[in-house]
Design a protein around this ligand. Structure first.
Ligand code: ASP
Length: 438
């Protein structure tokens, strides 16, 4: 089995976290290809090494003495090396780096965070080190050249059956270091997984995967063990996200599952994300919601007979750069649901323009709305789910202002008043998840 195991910043923050990583790696002989981030935050008072390196670069640009900063960085790596007696001269290597960083690019300086971490981890695990700059090959537009990257990886892997690889950076064809966007260690792992045609991409972090609802709203929500990318997209859009789209594209395209796991609780099952899941799951995979919406109601006599009316009204929003979240329509009326923040400044100008140009018979707004999405791949073709949802909310006096369900039937989104937001999520949770598991 080809497994890529990526450990994020919190998993490699200090010597104790390094020990946990070692125990995880040693517990499975398939964990041969390891990707690491730079050491992350230890507590709310401490800093991410990557942030310190960005600061170091700012000191370089403004010619400010950086000795306090270089000591902070050296202390973090020194702690790991000394506590674990790792046979890698990190102090000397850092010394050499600090003596020449003023001549380096920002990307090169910042990339040293993962570089030194991977060096230490490789020595600690007894694995080889493969440098990302010799493998991940960027095009001019900063996209990854997968063909060249796969080829380089094949070459580098000869004689290195087990390796540690620094995340977050690669190089262009001239050997200049290029960074992925912040948090991009996840992308490096996904690129490797794709190039190696991995069976699974393990992403070790500090949470045990996704939860079925926000724990600030629902007490002890059940974890999600399996989810499809489409379900995740729906839930993330509504505010439940931890994984960004960019991270998943290299593995999603190749149909490689991602397994989100917790370094601090390796016994937890975590969440597996994949393109398709054949077996039928529970009707609801997860619930998520967002607050702060405004609805604009527009009534135009005989609108149904006037082709293009909705498009014309929408063009006003487009002109003001406002994105539309939902458009529930009636026969001669429709609602446009938008993010309150997006129309904060221009709402009256937009309404005026619609009034003057398109002469609706009625136009009114309502703010203080919230949207709640109930998401589940198994909802499609299962009669009765929306029936249960609406009767549970009705029984609890929740007034539903709007309803949206797409024909792929994996998401029912409802709009409620803000005061009902939390209660709505709790009721849906109790109806579909707590009761199913009781
Ligand atoms: N170290 C980088 C950052 O903090 C990349 C990563 O952690 O994935 O953004």
């Amino acid at each position: 089995m080809i497994k890529i195991s990526k450990f994020g910043g919190s998993s490699v923050a200090d010597s104790r976290q390094f020990q946990k990583v070692k125990a995880i790696v040693e517990s499975d002989p398939d964990r041969k290809y390891i990707v690491v981030s730079a050491p992350g935050r230890l507590s709310s008072e401490s800093s991410k090494i990557t942030d310190l390196l960005y600061l170091l670069d700012a000191h370089r640009q403004y010619h400010v003495d950086a000795s306090v900063l270089t000591k902070m960085i050296a202390d973090r790596y020194g702690e790991i090396k000394n506590a674990l007696q790792i046979d890698y001269p990190v102090e000397e290597e850092l010394e050499a780096f600090f003596s020449k960083y003023k001549k380096m690019s920002q990307a090169e300086i910042v990339s040293r965070g993962e570089y030194f971490c991977a060096r230490l981890m490789a020595a600690y695990l007894g694995y080889d080190f493969i440098d990302a700059k010799d493998v991940i090959c960027f095009n001019h537009d900063k996209t990854v050249d997968f063909e060249k990257t796969s080829e380089a990886l094949r070459r580098q892997m000869i004689g290195h059956p087990r390796f540690v690889f620094p995340g977050f950076y690669g190089a262009d064809e001239n050997g200049r270091i290029i960074l992925f966007p912040r948090g991009g260690g996840d992308i490096s792992g996904a690129v490797l997984a794709r190039c190696m045609e991995a069976d699974i991409y393990e992403n070790w972090t500090d949470v045990s995967g996704f939860l079925t609802a926000d724990p600030r709203i629902v007490k002890d929500p059940k974890p999600i063990t399996n989810i499809t990318y489409s379900e995740l997209r729906e839930l993330s859009y509504m505010g439940a996200g931890v994984l960004n789209e960019e991270t998943v594209f290299p593995v999603r395209d190749s149909d490689i599952p991602i397994h989100i796991l917790n370094t601090n609780r390796p016994q937890d099952p975590g969440t597996v994300i994949r393109e398709r899941i054949e077996e039928k799951g529970p009707p609801v995979t997860g619930i998520a919601g967002k607050r702060g919406f405004t609805s604009i109601f527009i009534y135009k006599h005989n609108m149904s007979g006037e082709i293009g009316y909705i498009r014309k009204v929408l063009s006003v929003f487009e002109k003001y750069g406002v994105s539309i979240e939902h458009i529930p329509t009636g026969i001669d009326s429709f609602n446009l649901v938008v993010n309150e923040q997006d129309v904060e400044e221009d709402l009256y100008a937009i309404l005026n323009e619609i009034r003057q140009q398109y002469e609706p018979d009625e136009i009114r707004t309502e703010s203080g709305l919230a949207m709640v999405s109930t998401v589940g791949r198994s909802m499609s073709n299962t009669p009765g789910v929306s029936g249960r949802l609406f009767s549970a909310l009705g029984d609890n006096d929740i007034n539903i202002k709007m309803i949206a369900q797409n024909s792929d039937e994996i998401n029912i989104t409802i709009c409620v008043e803000d005061k009902d937001f939390k209660k709505t999520i709790q009721i849906i949770y109790d109806t579909f998840i707590r009761e199913e598991n009781a």
